[in-house]
Design a protein around this ligand. Structure first.
Ligand code: FAD
Length: 553
């Protein structure tokens, strides 16, 4: 059977038979394709996989160099996680926006602030990759502006955490309301103009197409000459239609974070078991498809120590009663992905209104800890005390009462809460514990334990002192029914480790040799612990330029 006529089932079978390896996970098994047998449906200069930050920049940059470009995206819309983001882009060093606001900055200062300053995320950086990112910051800022991003002025802005001077430009929001995915976030202001520019310049964007493998001349040698892809439905389920696209000059992947792939993320931190969801996985799948397909043809990983570091930003908390537990991620019911997301969630204004308990009904930390407090997450992931579950700490539940709901002003009905496993109510605490029926709640929560936890906490409110976890002056008793249990398990945010690339964004193998014709950008590439969009745009652009110039030929 030729590759063109294979179904998804065959892909999975072939991948397994070829022993693609331990990294193969449910939902993605890259095919080992025989390059000689493949029937190509399309042929272009550059194929880009993933229409998020890195991929969009790569596609435009390659097109600007005169290459014909196909950009494939598995979702029904462009944007990746970038369109959900706050869109504060880590770029600086003396941009025109900074100069217009009278802000003096330098590349060296950016390098120090973001890449060298001694903190866990910087400690294990590949400084060559980090410096190239800084060096290309200004060009990348100009490139984004030239492709329609309308930056807000930096005048009057104070420096953000870690910054010596104001940087991190944010765009104005995209003016077409119906195309804004999360109204409180400016990500649409970045990704919509870029997609518009890409289309106007002639980039062909194929939505609902999922890359299933990279095609290399020989299984682990020679050039990468194209990709195989399969059409997917709105649940990302593969349909029978496959598309094989030949790339004359290069294949670039920017498939985003691996946060949603439990087995892949556990390579770096075995504690991150299935109860931890990934930010934005109701919008895009975050399954490490790019790195896994690249590993299958010989790529190496890079920067793994950074992923495992005890830094902030790996996990976060802040929004209850929905899987997407992130303070800033509130999908309105009008969002086009709401059928996957199912609830907007409850944003917590004051952590005095809830106690947080583990699956065993016991408190474990001061609830007022910051949304990215490493010690909080370490406590959340600590051993459950049962030999049946040694890794992962199990679900975390926010427990509160009718008074807490009133003080927060919450609507405890759908669509604000997801009653399908993520939100429960009852008139007694024992009943509440018994009602919890969530697939990650691996043993029933003991009702007596929950009642005793709440009674003890209420006694701390009387005395004004939390003798267990030092929550500053516990203020409110949990006493007036109905009582509530809302999903509050931390969510995984992003990845710093991915495939190894060089400063041209070319993917490298275990011998530090370039895999000709294969490029990676964004969170799919490893190397240094820089948060977010800046590095994705920078390396996406680098990859697009280099692939179009065919430097790996
Ligand atoms: C709520 C939130 C707020 C954030 N705020 C900020 C912020 O203010 N500043 C900042 O710098 N960063 C922020 N970030 C992080 C930032 O959004 C990401 O770092 C960035 O989007 C990563 O870019 P990327 O190109 O690697 O991946 P993405 O932008 O996620 O794009 C990856 C794309 O690849 C597609 N894809 C994956 N696999 C396949 C496949 N097999 N075939 C086809 N397509 C595939 C995905 O569907 C997705 O569209 C935020 C993130 C979130 C979730």
């Amino acid at each position: 059977m030729d590759a063109k006529n294979k179904t998804r089932r065959d892909f999975v079978k072939t991948g397994a038979a070829a022993g693609v390896g331990a990294a193969v996970v449910a939902g993605f098994a890259p095919e080992r394709v025989n390059a000689q047998e493949i029937v190509w449906d399309r042929e272009v200069d550059v194929v880009v996989v993933g229409a998020g930050a890195g991929g969009m920049a790569a596609a435009i940059a390659a097109r600007d160099e005169g290459a014909s470009v196909v950009l494939i995206e598995q979702n029904f819309d462009i944007g990746g996680r970038a369109i959900l983001s706050g869109a504060a882009v880590y770029l600086g060093g003396g941009t025109s926006l900074q100069r217009a606001a009278g802000i003096e900055d330098s590349l060296e200062q950016v390098f120090y602030d973001w890449c060298l300053q001694d903190r866990p995320r910087n400690r294990y950086n590949d400084r060559e990759l980090a410096w190239t990112y800084v060096e290309k910051s200004i060009e990348t800022f100009d490139f984004l502006a030239a492709n329609g991003v309308d930056w807000e002025s930096l005048e009057g802005r104070s420096p953000d955490r870690l910054d010596s001077v104001p940087r991190r430009p944010t765009p104005r929001q995209w003016p077409i309301e119906s195309e804004v995915i999360v109204p409180s976030q400016k990500g649409s202001g970045l990704m919509r103009p870029l997609a518009k520019s890409a289309r106007e310049k002639g980039v062909v964007i194929l939505l609902q197409h999922k890359m299933t493998s990279f095609v290399r001349e020989q299984p682990t040698s020679g050039r990468v000459i194209g990709i195989t892809a399969v059409e997917v439905d709105e649940w990302f389920k593969p349909q029978d239609q496959t598309t094989n696209i030949r790339a004359r000059k290069g294949v670039i992947f920017a498939t985003g974070t691996h946060a949603g792939n439990v087995e892949f993320r556990r390579i770096f931190d075995p504690r991150l078991t299935e109860e931890y969801q990934a930010h934005g996985d109701g919008w895009v799948q975050l399954n490490a498809d790019g790195p896994i397909a690249a590993l299958a043809i010989g790529a190496s990983l890079w920067g793994t120590a950074i992923q495992t570091n005890e830094a902030d930003a790996q996990l976060s908390k802040g929004r209850l009663a929905t899987r997407s537990n992130y303070h800033a991620l509130a999908f309105p019911p009008s969002a086009p992905n709401f059928f996957r997301e199912k609830a907007t969630g409850l944003s917590v204004r004051n952590w005095q209104n809830v106690v947080l308990v583990k699956e065993n009904g016991l408190r474990f930390y001061d609830e007022t800890a910051g949304i990215r407090d490493y010690e909080y997450f370490a406590a959340a992931m600590a051993w459950t005390g049962d030999l049946k579950k040694l890794n992962g700490g199990g679900p975390i539940w926010a427990i509160f009462d009718a008074d807490g709901v009133e003080r927060e002003g919450w609507n405890v009905m759908p669509p604000d809460v997801d009653p399908d496993g993520y939100f429960y109510t009852a008139d007694t605490l024992e009943e509440l514990a018994a009602n919890i029926d969530n697939k990650y709640q691996w043993r029933p929560m003991p009702g007596a334990a929950l009642r005793e936890t709440v009674e003890r906490y209420n006694s701390f409110v009387d005395s004004g002192v939390d003798h267990d976890f030092k929550k500053p002056t516990p203020r409110y008793k949990i006493q007036r029914p109905p009582f509530y249990a809302a999903w509050a398990t931390p969510c995984v945010h992003e990845s710093y480790a991915g495939v190894r690339i060089n400063t041209k964004a070319q993917v490298m193998d275990m011998n530090a040799e370039v895999i000709p014709g294969l490029y990676a950008a964004g969170e799919a590439a490893g190397g240094y612990g820089q948060h977010g969009l800046g590095r994705c745009f920078v390396y996406g652009r680098i990859a697009g330029i280099d692939a179009a110039r065919n430097s790996a030929a």
